[in-house]
Design a protein around this ligand. Structure first.
Ligand SMILES: NC(=O)c1ccc[n+]([C@@H]2O[C@H](COP(=O)([O-])OP(=O)(O)OC[C@H]3O[C@@H](n4cnc5c(N)ncnc54)[C@H](OP(=O)(O)O)[C@@H]3O)[C@@H](O)[C@H]2O)c1
Length: 338
């Protein structure tokens, strides 16, 4: 029996609920588990492995005796509690953007750059959802042919923006069907029957913060040169779960679509669905609730030398957040890094 204790911070949220579900599915070895949220959800019941737990309010003392905290409660909450967690000897695996780009914080996708975990000083960051699914696909291709240039266009589900965003799509769709006016709160425009080319705020160079996360996090995780050209356009679409990405890559070395298929068919966490003649390609509706990152439409890119284009789809709440969080906890336990 292990004496390892874990806590889910943000247990009542979309990602926290998914973390709990994945911990139930997987056999992660731990002794005790705690479910933490703000005062809003504290006191509510939560079911885990046939037992009823009470959600507790996150306060410094709540982290006493906790070895690993799986956090998905937003950047300000992670910043508020990180010192309390680490001073008690705990490790925080954080889903927010609070620490991702800090030099001494490893940003890790399990199965891609596990060795970076060895450098942690109490904080391990989980990448942004649109970066996460891309890494499992790009890493094996990069190992073979070295990425020279990358262009990514994302089509992202509303669940990437949390519970309130999911509700807004439902309410907005109902209002639109009745031809009623709708006042959007989460998104900058109506999301029903629409596509919004804005995820997060705009920054000085005309890109959004979400787009720049893909650019910066990809370089950090794959250890690419700082001046590797990467560009991203991130679009929110009226889909509940599952982010899709159109990916165009130029490589140093020649790589054919056949070779890419061969490499990806042996890659960790990746599944190829690529037979367009039979309408076989991944879509978010078919990938929701599943663990692999699905790749299809693998073809020669017509604009780049040594270029490939492909379509990458995954459940943003699983590989984009909760699944990788749990996989990182497993690695930390396996590598005795707590
Ligand atoms: N959704 C995604 O696909 C995704 C992907 C990657 C990363 N993330 C990141 O994960 C985090 C959570 O996202 P989400 O979609 O799960 O959001 P969410 O559904 O809105 O849930 C937020 C959770 O954080 C808790 N919380 C908020 N303020 C708190 C505080 N001061 N102290 C303690 N707990 C607090 C909430 O508790 P109450 O119920 O008490 O309010 C709730 O449990 C965000 O940082 C987000 O950027 C999300």
């Amino acid at each position: 029996m292990t004496n390892l204790n874990i806590a889910i911070l943000g247990a009542s949220g979309v990602v926290g609920t998914e973390i709990k579900n994945i911990l139930e599915e997987k056999n992660v070895p731990f002794n005790e588990i705690k479910f933490l949220s703000s005062a809003r959800s504290a006191g509510k019941d939560i079911e885990f492995k046939g037992k009823t737990y009470k959600i507790e309010e996150a306060k410094p003392e709540a982290f006493d005796g906790i070895n690993i905290v799986l956090a998905s409660a937003g950047a300000s909450t992670s910043k508020e509690f990180v010192g309390e967690i680490t001073k008690r000897g705990g490790v925080i695996v954080d889903n927010s953007s609070a620490f991702r780009m800090e030099a001494d914080v490893p940003l890790v996708i399990a199965g891609v750059n596990d060795d970076d975990l060895k450098k942690h000083k109490g904080i391990v960051a989980n990448p942004n959802c649109s970066t996460s699914q891309l890494m499992l696909v790009l890493k094996p291709l990069h190992d073979y042919a070295k990425i020279k240039r990358l262009v990514v266009s994302t089509y992202q589900a509303v669940s990437g923006a949390g519970k309130a965003a999911i509700d807004e799509l439902t309410d907005n769709t109902a209002a639109a069907m009745k031809d009623e006016k709708f006042e959007n709160k989460v998104f900058s425009k109506n999301i029903a029957f629409n596509a919004i080319p804005q995820i997060d705020v705009f920054v000085e160079n005309g890109y959004t913060k979400e787009e720049m996360k893909v650019v910066k996090e990809t370089k950090k995780i794959l250890h690419l040169d700082a001046d590797t050209p990467i560009s991203c356009t991130a679009v929110r679409i009226p889909v509940y779960v599952g982010h899709s990405e159109a990916v165009d890559i130029e490589f140093e070395k020649e790589i054919s679509p056949e070779k890419a298929r061969e490499i990806l068919s042996n890659a960790y966490g990746v599944e190829i669905v690529d037979n367009p003649e039979n309408k076989e390609f991944p879509t978010p509706a078919e990938c929701a609730g599943k663990d692999p990152v699905y790749v299809g439409r693998i073809r020669k890119n017509l604009a780049f030398d040594n270029g490939l284009s492909m379509w990458v789809v995954a459940d943003n709440l699983r590989i984009g957040a909760a699944l990788n969080t749990v996989r990182l906890a497993e690695k930390i336990i396996e590598m005795r890094l707590y």
